[in-house]
Ligand binder design. Structure first.
Ligand code: G3H
Ligand code: 13P
Ligand code: ZN
Length: 314
């Protein structure tokens, strides 16, 4: 089976259009039927291209056969939906995803020395491109501004020289860069901390045709955090990347923005609210419907106000 049998597309055309017209394609992570339905509902309603992102642990959680059964059930028509392996940790994992029917894969060898990252990425590019599957790689270490990023001018951020060398050596289709975002719900000490737009701009200037990717780009909407904390949760002070910074990044060739934590927060806040409002209820479909609606509404909001990808389906 190849991805075209599932009505999926690779990311090549969607990225070219996003780069030309100055928007980002949303990559939303999912791990069950409800999150998949929520993302697809949002993308269809908004006529947005979308990347369905599956981490290795999410793939294990769903099982490959069940996952591909759900993808088949979407009855896709070959327009605007890519299925993407997120943070593939090995060449073998990326190849297996291609074989399963993924249309895009990430090889994340960013923790390895540069030459090993290049070697692993080249292996994945050779296999994936032979199947017309697109490849994302990562350079630099994704960490918060709160971490030790000051050892040199660039620290763990992506060095523009490295980015140029890496892209030339690998032929990768898109590159995840480290410019101050980080995974999870605790990204910032304050609302005023900025991404390293100077580095982002330098990379975009040197590699004008390369789609850039922001991982760890959830905005961590305060209303979800407040709702969870109010209804028995204990998230403390969680803080994401401000939407205006994400929009600014989109103006600097960021053509894919990854969001997982925001959907998890929306889901959890809705489950807590549903169970609190109906303490005698025990039908999971009730609180999962609330969760699915909340994830969908948040995806719609981000498609409209962060990605600027509404109405961009090609
Ligand atoms: O970037 C990582 C994603 O948020 C996936 O995380 O391995 O817990 O599914 P996960
Ligand atoms: P967040 O934790 O900010 O949602 O990042 C998700 C991500 O980068 C998935 O690859
Ligand atoms: Zn990520």
């Amino acid at each position: 089976m190849t991805y075209t049998d599932f009505g999926l597309v690779n990311t090549r055309d969607m990225f070219r259009d996003a780069l030309d017209r100055g928007y980002a394609v949303p990559a939303f992570n999912f791990y069950n039927m409800e999150t998949l339905q929520a993302i697809m509902d949002a993308a269809r309603t908004e006529q947005s291209p979308v990347i369905l992102a599956v981490s290795e642990s999410a793939l294990k959680y769903m099982g490959g056969d069940l996952l591909m059964g759900m993808i088949r059930g979407l009855k896709l028509d070959g327009r605007g939906v890519a299925l993407h392996l997120d943070h593939g940790g090995s060449v073998a994992a990326a190849r297996a995803a291609v074989d399963l029917g993924f249309s895009s894969v990430m090889i994340d060898a960013s923790k390895l020395p540069m030459d090993e990252n290049i070697a692993a990425t080249r292996d994945v590019v050779a296999y994936a491109h032979a199947h017309d599957v697109t490849v994302e790689a990562e350079l630099g270490v994704l960490a918060g501004i709160e971490d030790e990023n000051t050892a040199s001018e660039y620290g763990n951020y992506t060095h523009p020289d490295d980015a140029e060398r890496f892209v030339a050596a690998t032929g990768v289709d898109s590159l995840a860069v480290a410019v101050g975002t980080s995974h999870g719900a605790y990204k910032r000490k304050s609302d005023t901390e900025e991404l390293r737009f100077d580095i982002l701009n330098e990379i975009a200037t040197r590699l004008p045709h390369l789609p850039l990717v922001l991982h760890g780009a959830s905005s961590v909407p305060p209303h979800f955090v407040d709702q969870i904390n109010r209804l028995g949760g204990d998230l403390g002070v969680a803080r994401g990347i401000a939407p205006d910074q994400l929009r600014r990044a989109v103006s600097m060739h960021v053509t894919k923005i990854n969001v997982d934590s925001d959907s998890r927060l929306a889901f959890t806040a809705a489950v807590r609210a549903s169970l609190t409002e109906n303490p005698a209820g025990f039908d999971p479909r009730k609180y999962l419907t609330a969760a699915r609606d909340a994830v969908r509404d948040n995806c719609v909001d981000e498609i409209r106000h962060i990605m600027n990808s509404a109405g961009r389906l090609i």
